[in-house]
Every structure is written in C-alpha cells, then in structure tokens.
Design a protein around this ligand. Structure first.
Ligand SMILES: [Zn+2]
Length: 377
C-alpha cells in the first residue's frame, strides 16, 4: 500500500509571497487557474493560503486534504495513473540515466515529462483535472483553492509529491526502478558521493531490521544521581521500536506531544490518567484517538455514503435479531451515530470506530471496521 505523507501547516506568509517557483509547480497552478475562471475566488484562495489558517496537509494517492476553519474538510482529487501508465512512466525514467538522479535531487526534468506525455502518461494535471470538494456551504470555496496554491509550494520542494498524488510513493518508485535494471558491476563509492552517482552504482538491499525482542543485559552500573532508570529504559525501548518502524515502513508519523504521551501510555501501561485515550490508541492508533477526542462533520457525499452503510447494517442486524424486537432508535450528531449504549463514530479514514456507554462517558470499545455491520452484532 502506498503511504500517505503529512506536511505541517504553512505559517502565515507576507502578502507578496510567491507561489510556484518551479516550472512544474507553475504548470500545476495553471491547471487550477484555467479550470476556475472565477478570479475573485482565486484571489481569495491565494490570500487564504498565505493567512496561516489552513491546517496540515495530507497527500495520498489521488487526494490532497487539509482542514480549514470550523473543521471544514477541504479535499482536492486528482486522477491516479493506471498500473500500465506507471510502467510506461518507469520506462521513460529508466531510458535516461540522468532522470533518476534529477528526481532524487528534487528536480523534474522537462524532457522526462514530455517523454511521459508522448507515451500517454499525463503527469501534470490539465484543465478540469483538479476536483475540489469541501464540507463548507460554499459551492466553490476559497479553502480548496488555497489548498491547491499551498500544494504548489509542496510540489516546488519535492516533485515526488506530484507522483504520490498520481498514485505511487517515492520508495516504491525507486524500488521498481532498482528492480527494473540491475546496473553494471558496482564500484566502491567514495565518501560523500552525490546521490546520482551512488544510485547509478546500485543500492544494495537493506538488511532486515533486527527483531524487537532481542534480550539485552544491563551493565550493572550504579545509576548517576538524579537518573530515573525506569524512565530511561522506557524511552530507550520506545526509541528502539520507533527506529524499527522507521526501518520497516520508511517513514514515521509526526506526533504531537499529546499523541506521543498517549502512544507511550498505550504501549507501556503508564499511569498518566489517559486510560480512555490509551484504549483508543490500542484499538486504532492516532485515528482511534482522534475518534475519541474530536467530532467532525463529514463532507456531504461522505455523510450520505456513511448513512447508507449504517442503514444497511441496521437492517441486517434487525433481521438476525428476529420478530418482536423494536427497531433501534438512532441518534445522529455530526460523525457520531448513537444506538442505545453503542456509539459508532465515522473516522476520516472511512472506518467506523465503536464506543460503548460507561456512565456519562463513551469508551473505546474495539478496533475500527470498514463495515459497520461488523460492529452491530
Ligand atoms: Zn470550503
């Protein structure tokens, strides 16, 4: 599966700040500006992009997303390339040694894009290829326009963001290229070789990360005064497990301090008064914690889809309960559906997070499911 990439929110920028300083960033904005002929809206989008109000951006295959004020979800969809198109694209990249090197240096060669286009692989979007969608009431809104403008900054810094939007992450592309043609006999790389030379000589596969449960023997030294050995051991174990995650997945999610505390509580059973949070984390990680702590309003079409799924699930549940049972009363509030002592919360990842009533509070009741029927049994 291709991993999404998260980018921190852009801080406020001065009014004169420019968008798109690279040619491909410029082409991206051209697609936006050619599609939306509403100059006022584009102007509002530019101003909003520089205002520091748009939240962190998530880039995933076919999708750019950020949260705007009042928790409005701004999403821009881009069509993904087919597997066959990716094959043709990789052919074009492999056809010229400099292409991989340029990409690794965060440059997008003109002739690569032209060659790909000639091979029927449109990397850069054209008119109408950026599909905005926002949960705010405006039909065409400044939030999605701002998101497109900010995306041009991301693209400027890293053309792999464009490739990820089109469906493939950097790691899988590099791996596919590496498998495609093994380079001739590698020579030893000298220290400080540029990425292009090192890559041209071939990158050996990385060894498997070590297993997590390697026993270690403490040295039996007296701890220095003021050192909390238990805390230090916990942090070392946590660092080791994060390092292992990084090696196996190639990236680590960026956590806030609060999320990290919850993660540690969940992993090591710390007594920090975060029991519900830790339970949510164990069931669903950061998304589970978000389901516990934040209510949000899904976009109209997502809401309709979620409602339809839940109604089907309830009908199925009713059939298995049998005659004589009254139909369940469902209360809805934003992304939360309450059925008696069960509450299902629809996550931003399209999964359903179950909660159960405990006194006045809702408690995480289990891992999330794609199909709410699995939670109504
Ligand atoms: Zn909006």
């Amino acid at each position: 599966m291709t991993a999404a990439r998260g980018f921190p929110a852009f801080p406020r920028r001065r009014a004169g700040a420019r968008f798109a300083t690279t040619w491909w960033g410029g082409a991206w904005l051209q697609a936006l500006e050619d599609t939306s002929l509403d100059q006022t809206l584009l102007q509002q989008g530019r101003a909003y992009a520089k205002s520091g109000q748009l939240g962190p951006i998530t880039v995933s295959p076919g999708r750019l997303a950020a949260v705007a004020e009042h928790e409005h979800d701004a999403v821009v969809r881009v069509e993904q390339l087919s597997d066959a198109a990716w094959d043709r694209f990789l052919d074009q990249v492999a056809a010229k040694a400099g292409h991989i090197a340029a990409l690794l240096d965060r440059d997008m060669p003109h002739d690569l894009v032209r060659a790909a286009e000639a091979a029927g692989v449109p990397l850069l979007p054209g008119v109408g290829d950026l599909e905005p969608e926002c949960s705010c009431p405006d039909w065409a809104c400044r939030h999605t326009a701002a998101l497109c403008y900010q995306a041009s900054w991301l693209l400027d810094a890293d053309p792999f963001v464009l490739l990820l939007l089109r469906g493939r992450g950097e790691r899988e592309l590099i791996e596919a290229l590496r498998l495609r043609d093994a380079p001739p006999a590698p020579r030893p790389a000298r220290a400080g070789a540029p990425a292009r030379e090192a890559f041209a000589r071939g990158v050996p596969p990385l060894p498997e990360p070590p297993p997590l449960d390697v026993a270690y023997t403490p040295l039996g030294l007296e701890p220095a005064p003021g050192v909390d050995v238990a805390a230090l051991e916990l942090l070392a174990a946590s660092a080791a497990s994060r390092a292992r995650d990084l090696l196996t997945r190639g990236h680590l999610p960026v956590l806030t301090e609060h999320q990290d505390l919850v993660r540690l509580s969940a992993a090591f059973g710390l007594d920090l008064g975060l029991d519900a949070e830790a339970a949510a984390w164990r069931h669903g990680g950061a998304a589970g914690l978000e389901a516990l702590e934040t209510a949000w309003t899904p976009a109209r079409q997502d809401l309709a889809r979620a409602r339809a799924m839940l109604e089907t699930a309830l009908e199925t549940a009713l059939e298995t309960v049998g005659e004589g049972e009254p139909p369940a009363e469902v209360e809805t509030a934003r992304n939360r559906w309450t059925i008696g002592d069960l509450q299902l919360r629809y996550g931003r990842d399209g999964r359903w997070y179950p909660f159960e009533r405990r006194g006045d509070a809702w408690w995480p009741a289990g891992p999330p499911e794609r199909d709410p029927a699995a939670l109504l049994g």
